[in-house]
Structures are given as C-alpha cells and as structure tokens.
Write a protein that binds this ligand. Sequence first.
Ligand SMILES: [Zn+2]
Length: 486
Amino acid sequence: MTYQVLARKWRPNTFDEVVGQDYVVKALKGALDLEKLPHAFIFSGTRGTGKTTLARILAKAINCSNSKKKSQPCRKCDSCLSIENGSAIDFQEVDAASRRGVEETKELLDSVPYLPTSSPFKIYLLDEIHMLSKESFNSLLKTLEEPPEHVVFLFATTEIDKVPPTVLSRCVQFNLSAMKVDNIKNQLQLIFDEEKIKYDDNSLIKLSSLARGSMRDALTLSEKVISFSEGKITEKKVEELMGLPSSELIQSILKSIIGRDSKKLIENIEEVKINFYDPEQILIDLLSLIQEVALSQFDEKADLSDLSIEPQNLQLIYDLGISNLEYFKLSPKPESLLTMTFLKMIAFLPESSKKKSLNTNKDETDFSWPEDFSNLDLTKLTAQFMSHASMIEYHDSEMHFGINQERLNIITKNQIKEVEDALSILLKKKLKVSFKPSDLTETPFEFEKIRSQKESKQAEDDLKKDSSLNEMLEKFDGKIKKVSKI
Ligand SMILES: [Zn+2]
C-alpha cells in the first residue's frame, strides 16, 4: 500500500467524522433533508478549517445513490467513490484563484445547461471564490439568478467580505470557526493512537496550539515531527524541530522580569538572538505563560513557589505585553522591541514588588531612562543628540542606547566620552556607553512632548473651570485656542 500523508489519510469522509464544526454540520444535515435543496452554498473561514472537505462531503451526500438518509453518503456507490478519488464527471472542482478570468468562468458556465451524466445533480465546487474577477462574478451571477434544476454550486472562501453581496444573497452561508486547541488535541490523540505513534501529553498541546485553529496544519506539523522523531514525540523534540524556544527559557524570562534580574534577562535575550528565535513568538509564549500563572493563582494546589507575584502586577505586565504585541508588525528591529517590552514590564512593576526581589545595586535601579535625562550635565549639542536616544540595555557598567541611523552617523567620539562622563558622575561609577541604530521612540524628546501635552491639557482644563474667564468668553463669544507654557 502506498504511503498517504496524515492530513490526507485522516481527512473526514462523512459528516460524523468532521471535528469541531458541530453547528455547521447540524445545519448542513438539516439542509439536506429539505424537500427542495438550495442551489448554492458558500463556506467561509480561515485556512485549514475544513471548507472544501465539508463541501466534498456535501457533494457526496447530494449525489449518493445508495444512502437511506440523505445526510449519510454511503461511500460505496459509483458517485461517492468517484468524488473521493477525484474522477467524478458530475462533480467539478475549480480553484478560482488560478482561473479568475471571465473567459475561464464563461467556459465553466457553458457546461451548466447540460444534464448530469450519471448522477441526480451536476455539482460545481469553486474554491477561493473571492479571487474571481468582477466580470467573472457578473457572469456567475446571471447563472445564480436562474440556475437550472439539476445544478448545485458550492463555494469556499477565506475572505467572505470580498464576495459581492449580490452573489452572497443567493447562497446559503456557513461560517466555519477556527478549531479550538482542545478539539485539535483530542483529534491528534485519536490519530496518534490509531497510527501507533508514541507521544507525551505536552507535545500534543504544543502541536495543537502551533496549528492556530487548523487541523490540517496540526497534521502537517505532526508529520514533520514524526519523521524526525525516533520512537516517541516529546515536547522537547517539537520545540527543537520547529525552532521554538524551550519552555524553560520562557519561564526564566518571566522569573527575570518578576525578580527584576536584569543580568539574567540580558542572558535570556542573548539566547533568543543566538538561536534566531522569533521575538514576536517569544512574547506570545510569555503571555501564554503569564495567563497560565494567573489562572493557577486561583488553584491552591499549584506550586508557585518561585513565581510569586501579586495578581494585579501579573495583570499589569500582561497588559504591557499585549499592547506592545501589535508593534511587531511595524518594527524594523523585533529584537529591540522585545527587549524594550521586557524593560517596560520591569519599569512599570510597582515599587513594592521591585523591593521584594531587588538584587541589583541601588544606583542602578534608581536610574531610569528617559526620565533621568534631565539630570545629566551635557553641552547643548550633546544634550540635543541624547534627547533622541532610547535605552536598549543597561547592565553592570555598560549602557546601550538606540538612536536613528542619521543621527548615529554624526555623533563624535568626544560626544560619546561626554555622555559616559555625565552618566558616570550621576551613577557614581565608571560607565561605558555604546550606540546602535534603532527607531524606538522611548526617548527624552518624546517623553518631554507627552509631558508637555499633559501639562497643557491640565492648564486648559483648569482655565475652563475659571468662572470669570468663562464669563468673559461668553461675553465676547470667544474660545480657548491653545494653552502653552510661558
Ligand atoms: Zn453513495
């Protein structure tokens, strides 16, 4: 027997084999029992959720010549078998993405008036229908307006909002949801057991969450891991093969943040860089871990001895992480963004939790950028330069700043020396300073801008409360335009 890839071998062939789409399956079975079958169905949902799989099962159910119940195709008759092996004459599957032109659509629709060869219906499955050109949709619409009795259209799309409403209004719509991790996990477990593949429970969880709602992706990933695993699939093996950070690393990052252990945190970040881990994925994994810890705080049995943190602080660092996640799309330097996110989490942890686990010296922790910029004794030109610098790393006696490339090109050795001296005086220890190109915006300049906006707003609010001023404004029909500091 030839080897079949798992995703193909385990593709559902009947409605009962479909996992995680209970509502859609129930509704489809209902539609099949109707006296008059709708002439067009549209399945929408993200990739790998089973749109074409369900459409094929529906096609079998519509044309099966054996089934006692319409919703249970026999999988034995010529029609069912020919649909399964791709040789059916009355069932045409078209990839609209590669045949989007109007000529190709017209060619397809030319065959619509002819009666089916050997089945009750002629069925057309158009995948990725949103890719059709405007003209193609127009000619399809004409057929959909008055479809011959013997024709059924099945459409699938990942982008339902790109399908014209005129077409949609003539279809019965089914929206397939992304599969839940639990559903994927259970299905993987069943398949691995059937296939006599050994695994540990954590590897199932890892594979299921990596699949991001797609059973097909879960099986494709599994296939990859199986072919490289000798004997048993383990969580570690999945992490190694997928180039994922180990769960130990993510735990260590969280511990470093909670404990404000900047030295350890720098080591963690180095590990991320050396292994070329995806910084965005690191943050996603960290947020999942925070969520786990937050949930386990309600479980008295859970062992949290080395991850002790107040629930509200855990929420705070979770919020900070989530809000920075969206910037990864924009950031030219994801590693720097990850570093800044971690530092931001540490910076915002309230004083009480800082003191608990403080293990760095006082001067170092008291210093914070960009707030302490104003305490540096710098010449005008150097101060102007430094007001556009953001801090990337600070450990021991080294401070690394980020600044945009244009400014970096013009800084002189003397200015760097001046910054080093000013910082060394402020922190009472010898410091070395370095600069890297970066577009981060946590700079004194931005900090001052926000502070001054806040001040103006406050002053404006105060003025609005001033009764004599209000009287005057009313009298002269005036408005407060702008409030600025004098
Ligand atoms: Zn059949």
